[in-house]
Design a protein around this ligand. Structure first.
Ligand SMILES: Cc1cc2nc3c(=O)[nH]c(=O)nc-3n(C[C@H](O)[C@H](O)[C@H](O)COP(=O)(O)OP(=O)(O)OC[C@H]3O[C@@H](n4cnc5c(N)ncnc54)[C@H](O)[C@@H]3O)c2cc1C
Length: 443
């Protein structure tokens, strides 16, 4: 099953040319299109399926600064500023609300561990702070399990994934961006060593720059261009309840659950950080790069070996631009959720909040996240191909940072000052000897 995403009307015809073509209509591509169009740049956004069909409509909707990798903090702070006025900017409902987010701690030792992140909060004057058991109970009505305390950020928020990227894409269209759905981009054409256009399944668009915002498809797209992007996929599994009155407003995670109250009065529920990993050929190709991340997170990873290996083994990795590509073969990646994860999340949330015991589950779904070895994105020009930019690898937390990332890549493409320093997100960190590692606490 897949969440019901707001649809965005778009034409079938390709523009005759564009300054910039964006590949992928998730929250990143839609935001980049909006900010480029607002700068007066002519932009075309091509999406192989429909806007927000993949991760951008399937996520929990958390927009959080708390327990982020410090390298992402300047960008998420800017992103939350953009979210706060997003409904006004796009003249539509994105569901963004400041609601507060809480990370519950089981024991004093857990709380002490969470508190180590407060050094970063202080550096950026964030309102993240530790609270005790009594305040946790007061802020989370219906909670019966006793927690030792929590890390709490009142200014963190939430958006509605089914509404947000479509609303941003529609605003980009009104600002002048050309939007073409059901239009896979097969690759990039070059002239004199730089980007000269894209070839799509519907024809060619001459352009000066390309932004790849292809989510979990980005590695495949780059591979055909001879650009190495060390990206892997991991499965997240989610469910939503029917309307449930009397539950908590603040989003929280603890034990094996995490939730957000939705605008429809139900809850989106899952398990923070627990992910299913299908072993595929890329798992072996990229094993050395991912070893540090696996060492940190192995307790939360569920490895599976099955049909996915053969499926990806058979998938075409190289093609010429006049033949159909894997992008056309899978309009919308709609993976089955992992029932083991969902059962754990359901039992765990019911143990803490009895109100969830009889909650009716309206829907379950899976979403394929795109991750990087150091769990922060690539937002970068590609030195080997002038005019080619990548904004991908958001590692399971790209919804909240999405508007900021879209703005950053738009600034980079347009030239001039950027909203934050993009250096931590450069692609070359994987080859320049920096040996980038994930932050041990960040999620
Ligand atoms: C279960 C789950 C829970 C999550 N929870 C959160 C959360 O609470 N908070 C948070 O901040 N983040 C969360 N995330 C992560 C967040 O959803 C992603 O980081 C973010 O949506 C990534 O956006 P994107 O635009 O890069 O990718 P996507 O939304 O995946 O969009 C990429 C698009 O590119 C298109 N595409 C790919 N290749 C081509 C091509 N060649 N031609 C044309 N189109 C192409 C695809 O069809 C797709 O629509 C979660 C993710 C999942 C799966």
């Amino acid at each position: 099953m897949a969440p019901r995403v707001d649809s965005v009307a778009s034409g079938d015809a390709l523009p005759e040319r564009a300054d910039v073509v964006i590949v992928g209509g998730g929250i990143i591509g839609a935001s980049a299109a909006l900010f480029l169009a607002q700068k007066g740049v002519s932009v075309a956004l091509c999406e192989k399926g429909h806007i927000a069909g993949e991760q951008s409509s399937r996520n929990w909707g958390w927009c959080r600064k708390m327990v982020r990798d410090p390298r992402e903090l300047p960008l998420i702070i800017e992103s939350l500023r953009l979210w706060e006025r997003m409904n006004e900017t796009v003249e539509a409902e994105t569901g963004f609300r400041t609601c507060g987010i809480m990370y519950l701690a089981d024991s004093a030792a857990d709380l002490a561990q969470l508190e180590t992140w407060l050094d970063h909060a202080r550096e950026y004057q964030l309102d993240t702070h530790a609270i005790g058991a009594a305040e946790v109970a007061e802020r989370l009505p219906g909670l019966t399990k006793k927690w030792a305390g929590a890390l709490y950020t009142p200014s963190d928020g939430k958006g509605e994934p089914e509404l947000a990227a479509p609303a941003i894409a529609a605003a980009a269209q009104r600002a002048g961006a050309a939007l073409v759905q059901h239009c896979a981009v097969r690759g990039i054409e070059t002239a004199a060593g730089r980007v000269a256009g894209v070839v799509t399944e519907k024809g060619r668009i001459p352009c000066d720059a390309v932004v790849l915002a292809g989510g979990s498809w980005s590695r495949l797209f780059c591979g055909n261009l001879g650009v190495e992007l060390p990206q892997l996929k991991v499965l997240g599994s989610v469910m939503r309840t029917e309307r449930l009155d009397g539950g908590p407003e603040v989003s929280a995670s603890g034990g094996r659950f995490g939730y957000r109250k939705r605008m429809d009065g139900g809850y989106t529920i899952s398990t923070l950080g627990v992910r299913t990993i299908d072993i595929v050929p890329d798992s072996f190709r990229l094993a050395p790069e991912y070893l540090p991340a696996v060492r940190i997170h192995w307790r939360k990873l569920r490895f599976r070996f099955g049909a996915k290996f053969a499926e990806e083994w058979r998938m075409k990795r190289r093609w010429s631009l006049d033949e159909p590509t894997p992008f056309e073969a899978v309009r919308t990646l709609d993976p089955e959720p992992d029932p083991v994860i969902l059962d754990r999340a359901r039992d765990s949330i019911a143990e803490s909040f009895p109100i969830f015991r009889n909650a009716r589950i309206a829907e379950t779904w899976g979403g394929m996240m795109d991750v990087m070895p150091d769990a922060i994105p690539v937002i970068s020009a590609v030195d080997a191909l002038p005019g080619f930019f990548i904004a991908t690898g958001f590692s399971g937390h790209g919804f909240g940072i999405g508007p900021g990332a879209g703005r950053l890549v738009a600034d980079m493409v347009a030239g001039g000052p950027t909203i934050v320093d993009p250096t931590p997100f450069r692609l070359s960190r994987f080859t320049d000897g920096s040996n980038p590692r994930p932050h041990p606490m960040a999620s």
